[in-house]
Write a protein that binds this ligand. Structure first.
Ligand SMILES: [Zn+2]
Ligand SMILES: [Zn+2]
Length: 143
């Protein structure tokens, strides 16, 4: 059986820390984040920047994601990472990437506030308000 090198060794060998960003040069997840095989069958792959954080800083708080302050997905320098709550990360990511907002209002475009109809995304808050106004109008016209 081929002996797998210790995880640490494989990890640091693939990080290019010449610049301010510690760039992962190994395999990547489909979403662009670094991936490292945990080395044991059944454990799957770990997300590199999260793994480095856990190694150097400590466990990531429950329900939190690590946001890249430098916006470099391959980067795993803990100084460039910040734990943020999940919906927050999604919303901020969308803003920063310059993605067009699906909502025409100023309500947060979080998964919890989004109603999906096919490809369309609408604001739940506005939809609820519109429904309320509609019902009020119907009630007014029936009397
Ligand atoms: Zn960085
Ligand atoms: Zn809205």
């Amino acid at each position: 059986m081929r002996k797998v090198k210790p995880l640490d060794e494989r990890l640091w060998a693939r990080i290019d820390a010449d610049g301010p960003c510690w760039l992962w040069t190994g395999a990547k997840h489909r979403n662009g984040y670094g991936a490292i095989n945990r080395g044991r069958r059944g454990l799957g792959t770990a997300v590199v920047h999260r793994f480095v954080w856990e190694l150097l800083v400590g466990p990531v708080p429950e329900g939190m994601d690590l946001d890249h302050l430098c916006r470099v997905r391959e980067c795993c320098n803990p100084d460039h990472l910040q734990p943020v709550s999940r919906p927050d990360n999604v919303a901020r990511g969308a803003y920063r990437a310059g993605a067009p907002r699906a909502f025409r209002c100023d309500h947060p475009e979080t998964p919890a506030n989004t109603v999906r109809t096919g490809r369309q995304r609408t604001c739940r808050t506005c939809k609820n308000e519109a429904n309320r106004r509609y019902r009020a109008r119907m009630k007014a016209s029936s009397t």
